[in-house]
Design a protein around this ligand. Structure first.
Ligand code: ACO
Length: 329
């Protein structure tokens, strides 16, 4: 049995925030943002637009490409740290919007690595023979938890959603198309490097902590930066090891689009040349769980992914969480 990606989809909001917009909001410059991060613009939702709206459209696009109807889905998994509500899950809202009447639905909270966690769970369920078709989505509306007075974080984040439809394929060929391996890790001891201190059950929201601007993402960017490169490389090599593939055999590296310098560091250490690294960070910024599936969908729709290609996806984010997945197209 293989778990094969049948379709990809994405949805990014219309509204664009450029670096010039940030020059008017905080003490920053286009030059600083581009040279330190590679970001030129990012998309943000408008009022009334929700995470589940983005998921719905990305999911629809993926289902359309897969030529699979929503009623045929057995499971919907949404990786997100910006759910519409704490209760119910965003996946349940997507199930309703898609009218996926025969589907289970749940969210996965693993920050920027959320989509890769969802993909790994989908693969497990499929290989166990429990389900046949899973819609895996990574989606965020980070603009609603971004402090637009904090220049060290606000220039980084954007909103969007990406999705894939994964389907069981009966085959004896273990090296055929599909999700070949995945490696996931976490280190909760470093939670304070990237977190939102209030709003959960430990520190419920009060007028005082809202006033202190603690309801937004707080990040020790420089420390995360150093940990990210090492962890992403390690995860990538372990995912490749599971199937005996080396980095020279990789056709595409699709990394979490957090920072161009992190991506270049990872590619350099893995000895993957620039021409094999898919980048779209300049258009969308860091969209956390959405960034890998948005990039995968873009590359797919541009016809860059060929049958038989080995595609390596890697991500690192809050938790801390990180991981890698290898797909054969
Ligand atoms: N404009 C101008 N100056 C700025 C800005 C800005 N927007 N932001 C910070 N600075 C200043 C700082 O104040 C500092 O000034 P100082 O030296 O006078 O104190 C200087 O720039 C350098 O700051 P650093 O934080 O050391 O800058 P660095 O080179 O590390 O870049 C960045 C910062 C872009 C955040 C980088 O550290 C990074 O990308 N980190 C990783 C982010 C990441 O991958 N997060 C994980 C995923 S996100 C998720 O899970 C939701």
């Amino acid at each position: 049995m293989n778990a094969v990606i049948r379709g990809t989809g994405a949805c990014t909001p219309e509204k664009v925030l450029t670096n010039a917009d940030f020059e008017k909001m905080v003490d920053t410059s286009d030059d600083w943002i581009v040279s330190r991060t590679g970001i030129k613009e990012r998309r943000v939702v408008s009022s009334g637009e929700s995470n589940s709206d983005l998921c719905f459209k990305a999911g629809q696009n993926a289902l359309e490409m897969a030529n699979i109807s929503a009623e045929d889905l057995d499971m919907i998994i949404v990786g997100t740290v910006t759910p519409d509500y704490y209760l119910p899950s965003t996946a349940a809202l997507v199930q309703d919007k898609l009218k996926a009447l025969n589907s289970a639905a749940f969210d996965v909270v693993a920050a920027c690595a959320g989509f890769l966690h969802g993909l790994s769970i989908a693969r497990g369920f499929i290989l166990n023979g429990n389900v046949k078709r899973v819609l895996v989505i990574g989606s965020e509306v980070l603009s609603r938890i971004t402090d637009y007075t904090d220049r060290s974080t606000c220039v980084l984040f954007g909103d969007g959603a990406g999705a894939v439809v994964v389907e069981a394929e009966e085959t004896g060929d273990q090296n055929g198309s599909g999700l070949l391996s995945s490696y996931l890790r976490a280190d909760g001891s470093k939670k304070e490097l990237l977190w939102i201190p209030i709003g959960g059950s430990t520190n419920p929201i009060t007028p005082h902590n809202v006033e202190a601007r603690e309801r937004y993402i707080m990040m020790s960017g420089n420390e995360i930066y150093k940990l990210a490169v090492r962890a992403m490389c390690d995860a990538a090599l372990r995912a490749l090891d599971q199937v005996g593939i080396n980095t020279e055999q990789i056709s595409w590296l699709i990394p979490h689009q957090a920072n161009i310098r992190i991506i270049e560091g990872v590619a350099r250490r893995l000895k993957i040349p620039d021409r094999k690294v898919y980048l779209n960070i300049e258009k969308y910024g860091n969209t956390s769980a959405a960034s890998v599936p948005i990039a995968l969908d873009e590359a797919n729709r541009k016809g860059m992914l060929k049958k038989g290609d080995y595609i390596l996806m890697v991500a690192f984010g809050g938790g801390l969480t990180w991981g890698a997945s290898l797909v054969r197209w």
